[in-house]
Design a protein around this ligand. Structure first.
Ligand code: ADP
Length: 490
């Protein structure tokens, strides 16, 4: 087993700017805390706004030469980074469990998933194809080509420390863009480790720069206002996303936004309940419920609602809460006290409105920020838990009467990231694809993420797509050229 100190060595106190590991301009640093124990496990450099601009300077300086590298060279660097992620598989998994809390088995899945973006975009780098054609009038030839958009600023959240970084860095690099990445202050270590991997893979200086900071707004503001920046990609909460879109408006900066969700999980009367319950456990309890794709509202046909509730409650009783590094643990801590308070408030509000608690319902005594896996049934319309993103291990069940009722309830939210549908009727499944207002859907599955798929939402869940053949286009701009018909008489 990899030791903790081995993993944490080399990551402390340093920003990654212009290919160099250096302290912040102020020399200050901040603690990274293990949410399972409340103990500080490392210190990292606390970047100032001047450090942020230094990182942008480095990204701008590297932009032209990186854009001029061949697609094959860019692809091969990404592929080497993918291979290095496999070599450092266990170290990365342990690092994520330590700084974020998820069980080691889930961290390992994230290393697989997160690493895959490096491989996928190493393959996409050589497939940036344009178009050539004759205009309808026959008077000219139309050429459509793609150019890297330019220096990018990437802001990532704490819940998937590796995958959120690779999902942005890999397509940006494949497209020929340079980047400044600001990881969440709660989980900066995995991103720093990834920067080390990219450097080892042969990435030229300045192509990727990492600034860790407790002053997210203070460091981000000047970068976003800088006219040299061409693109902002953000994953995080909807309120912060809206604030960033407003800031980006001033310079008409291109944005990609992966924001909050409020995923409905529909179980129809014709569903295979074994499949639905397996799907529910994944969609709800993966990452301790801390995923924008987590099922937030379980809408279950009234004829199967009680059986579903009983069977899912039995499965929840089998979950084992504890420190993610311990063998057999399936539920780790929530990220911090704020998350525990929020889960408690949402459960209390639902119970006050007459929901029944089948299991769980409270935080666990410290150390660590744990909340018991919980099942609520008969959750009433108007309960906060149906309107807000729970981001915790709380499964809330609402019965519905018929398909029209299910669709109405599912779409009654300003969010539109993902929906899950369990039915054995293919025609009904297809009607749900048409009628549910979400960017993604799991049809008889409880987890949908894949590097080859376009991840993203509609409505207030955001704009843009990450992964798939679509992902690289977030970092490319379209160039249209017209040239005269070469056969025209002059
Ligand atoms: P959460 O509530 O899940 O932590 P946030 O949206 O607050 O989600 O955080 C996601 C990312 O956005 C983090 O990297 C965080 O530091 C960053 N962030 C938060 N506020 C701002 C801001 N005003 N400007 C730029 N980045 C921010």
């Amino acid at each position: 087993m990899t030791s903790t100190s081995e993993v944490l060595d080399d990551l402390e106190d340093r920003l990654f700017i212009g290919g160099r590991w250096r302290e912040s301009a102020s020399g200050t640093r901040f603690d990274v805390v293990d949410p399972a124990t409340g103990d500080a496990i490392a210190h990292v450099a606390d970047a100032t706004p001047a450090d942020g601009i230094a990182a942008l300077d480095a990204a701008v300086a590297a932009a032209e030469s990186w854009a001029a590298t061949t697609p094959r060279v860019r692809g091969e660097i990404l592929r080497r980074a993918f291979d290095l992620v496999q070599t450092q598989f266990e170290e990365l998994a342990l690092l994520m469990t330590l700084e974020m809390g998820k069980p080691l088995a889930e961290s390992r899945s994230e290393v697989t998933y997160g690493g895959e973006f490096l491989r996928w975009f190493s393959e996409e780098a050589v497939r940036i194809n344009g178009r050539y054609g004759t205009n309808p009038e026959g008077t000219g030839r139309m050429i459509v080509s793609y150019r890297p958009v330019g220096p990018c600023y990437l802001i990532t959240p704490w819940n998937f420390p590796l995958a959120m970084a690779t999902r942005k860095i890999a397509p940006a690099l494949a497209a020929g863009c340079t980047v400044v990445l600001k990881p969440a202050e709660l989980t900066p270590l995995t991103t720093l480790a990834l920067a080390g991997i990219l450097q080892e893979a042969g990435l030229p200086d300045g192509v990727v720069n990492v600034v860790t900071t407790t002053d997210a707004a203070g460091v981000s503001g000047p970068i976003i206002r800088d006219p040299r920046l061409r693109k902002l990609s953000f994953t995080g909460s909807t309120p912060v996303g809206k604030q960033l879109i407003r800031q980006a408006a001033d310079s008409v900066l291109r944005v990609s936004m992966e924001l909050g969700g409020n995923a409905p999980f529909l179980v129809f009367e014709d569903a295979d309940l074994d499949l639905a319950i397996d799907g529910a456990m994944l969609a709800k309890f993966r990452n301790i419920g801390q995923a924008c794709t987590a099922a937030n509202r379980f809408l279950v046909h009234e004829s199967v609602a009680e059986e579903f509730a009983e069977r899912v409650t039995a499965r929840v009783r089998e979950l084992h809460m504890g420190r993610g590094t311990e063998h057999g643990v399936t539920i780790g801590p929530l990220i911090d006290d704020r998350a525990v308070t929020k889960a408690q408030d949402l459960v209390d509000d639902a119970v006050m409105r007459r929901a029944a608690l089948r299991v769980g319902g409270t935080s666990a005594p410290g150390p660590g920020t744990f909340f018991e896996p919980t099942v609520l049934v008969g959750v009433a319309t108007g309960s906060r838990i149906l309107e807000e993103e729970i981001f915790g291990p709380v499964l809330a069940i609402v019965p519905f009467a018929d398909e029209a009722d299910a669709v109405r309830l599912a779409n009654a939210t300003e969010f539109g990231l993902v929906s899950y549908v369990f039915t054995q009727d293919p025609a009904r499944g297809q009607r749900m694809i048409d009628r549910l207002e979400t960017g993604m859907m799991g049809l008889n599955v409880g987890a949908i993420s894949n590097a080859a798929a376009p991840f993203g939402g509609v409505k207030q869940s955001g704009m843009g797509r990450e992964g798939g053949v679509e992902g690289i286009h977030e970092y490319l701009s379209v160039k249209y050229t017209l040239t005269p018909d070469p056969y025209a008489k002059r």
